[in-house]
Ligand binder design. Structure first.
Ligand code: PLP
Length: 447
């Protein structure tokens, strides 16, 4: 190992990683140091070139090292390094990005609250709805319906909305959240057809509302496709039907598009263009700046905006870096690049090709299901295909396949028995083929 890497790892002993087995990371060779990146590739501290098969963390949509982004951020810092959007202050970059997002977002979603992570975007959505309902004279309308398999972030409330089992016992606010059934037909549908399973999911939603009381529920929150829960696509028509029930019960539908927005599924936003519904709130982050700056947006409907900006006092919610100038400049330039280069449109073809190629891996016995859409894909490994029996956690099959991929020049993300692929959106046909053949070799090695 080069001296450089050892020095970095010695310093890294002071860094607490996210979602990691911190004990296992003490082992020699357990950590990878990523030193630089360009386009679809990253380079480790040993000089190895790796295809970034997870787009940073579902976020580097336009690719790494884009010089236009670097200039835009740098120019912004030279003009106005920082000012807040507290009280009566605003600044040109935050204002312009809010207007741009309102133009791109569907229907009546025209007002934006900026944060700096997806977790904060989701917390902000629920806080805004609490404030909204208090103003509407419904102070008890505070509970949230979420789903098994969801991932909504790591603040206390966002983790409470995340699937039970993620960090059981060490998050507050769980009393605010009720979890509905997982929408995963292949794992949870038993003998039901997809259509029967859809009906069962909708019944679960209806019965939960009846039991808890619509007067106590402020929101239903759902990812259009569950990401960190293993890339789970709900049965066709699920989101629209859930939204109709929410509308009928005065429950706001919050679409968590932290991953699915900004091109990953071939559109700026997936809710309307892919799933045929306009939610009351969309939360997003990641691809909004392609990861060049931390930024999230909670995009709310005219109705919510009107009520919270009514004459009855202050909006008591704020983060110092809400709408940070450098992050806003990154968002504006990122969207400009995406529009100019037609990235979402291109993904409709290249993403579909990626999806189809990965579905071809079903001919390997270890692969139980390949799922997802476009550049948001998951591969689940099974011990027995007929029974769908899983490998025990200690077999670490996902991790073994990910390591076999990395050895061959591809970063993929293991999540238990599932391998996640969410590369940059600038993949061309040869790169897509290369990812497929690397996966095939790596899975075959572990099988
Ligand atoms: N929502 C979804 C769907 C996510 O996938 C994530 C993160 O992966 C989050 C929220 C949380 O975002 P962040 O990690 O920026 O807080």
């Amino acid at each position: 190992m080069a001296k450089d890497t050892n020095d970095i790892l010695a310093q890294d002993a002071h860094l607490i990683q996210s979602f990691a087995d911190l004990n296992a990371l003490k082992q020699q060779g357990a950590r990878t140091v990523i030193s630089r990146a360009k386009g679809a590739y990253v380079y480790d501290s040993e000089g190895n070139e790796l295809i970034d098969g997870i787009g940073g963390l579902w976020c580097v949509n336009i690719g790494h090292g884009n010089e236009e982004m670097v200039s835009a951020i740098s120019n912004q810092l030279q003009t106005l390094d920082f000012y807040s959007t507290f009280y009566n202050f605003t600044h040109p970059a935050a204002a312009a990005l809010a207007e741009k997002i309102a133009q791109l977002a569907p229907g009546h979603l025209n007002a934006v609250y900026f944060g700096n992570s997806g977790s904060v975007a989701n917390d902000s959505a629920i806080r805004m709805l609490h404030h909204y309902n208090i103003r509407k004279g419904k102070p008890n309308k505070k509970l949230v319906l979420s789903r098994h398999g969801a991932y909504h972030g790591s603040t206390h409330l966002a983790m409470a909305m995340t699937t039970p089992g993620y960090s059981e016992g060490w998050h507050a606010a769980s009393e605010l959240v009720h979890h509905l059934r997982s929408p995963h037909h292949w794992r949870e549908g038993g003998e039901m057809t997809e259509v029967e399973f859809l009906d069962a999911l909708i019944d679960d939603l209806k019965q939960s509302i009846e039991r808890i009381g619509a007067e106590n529920i402020c929101a239903f929150i759902a990812e259009p496709i569950q990401g960190a829960g293993g890339v789970v696509t709900a049965p066709a028509g699920y989101h629209k039907r859930a939204w109709e029930i929410c509308q009928a019960n005065d429950i706001k539908y919050v679409a968590d598009e932290v991953v699915t927005a900004f091109g990953r599924l071939g559109h700026f936003f997936a809710s309307e263009d892919v799933f045929g519904m306009v939610p009351d709130i969309i939360t997003t982050a990641k691809g909004l700046t392609s990861g060049y700056q931390p930024l999230s947006a909670t995009i709310v409907s005219d109705d919510i905006h009107e009520v919270i900006s009514g004459p009855d006092g202050m909006f008591l919610h704020g983060m110092t870096y809400s709408g940070h100038p450098a992050a806003a400049a990154a968002g504006l330039t990122n969207i400009d690049i995406m529009e100019r280069e037609g990235i979402p449109e291109r993904v409709q073809t290249t993403g579909k090709q990626f999806e189809n190629n990965l579905r071809g891996l079903m001919d390997i016995e270890l692969v139980g299901e390949v799922r997802g859409s476009h550049f948001m894909m998951g591969i689940e490994f099974v011990k027995d295909r007929a029974t769908k029996a899983s490998h025990p956690a200690e077999a670490q099959v996902g991790l073994k396949v990910a390591r076999a991929c990395q050895k061959r020049g591809l970063i993929a993300r293991p999540l238990g028995n599932v391998l996640i692929l969410s590369p940059t959106l600038i993949m061309d046909a040869p790169m897509i083929d290369q990812i497929e053949s690397t996966l095939r070799d790596a899975i075959t090695e572990v099988a």
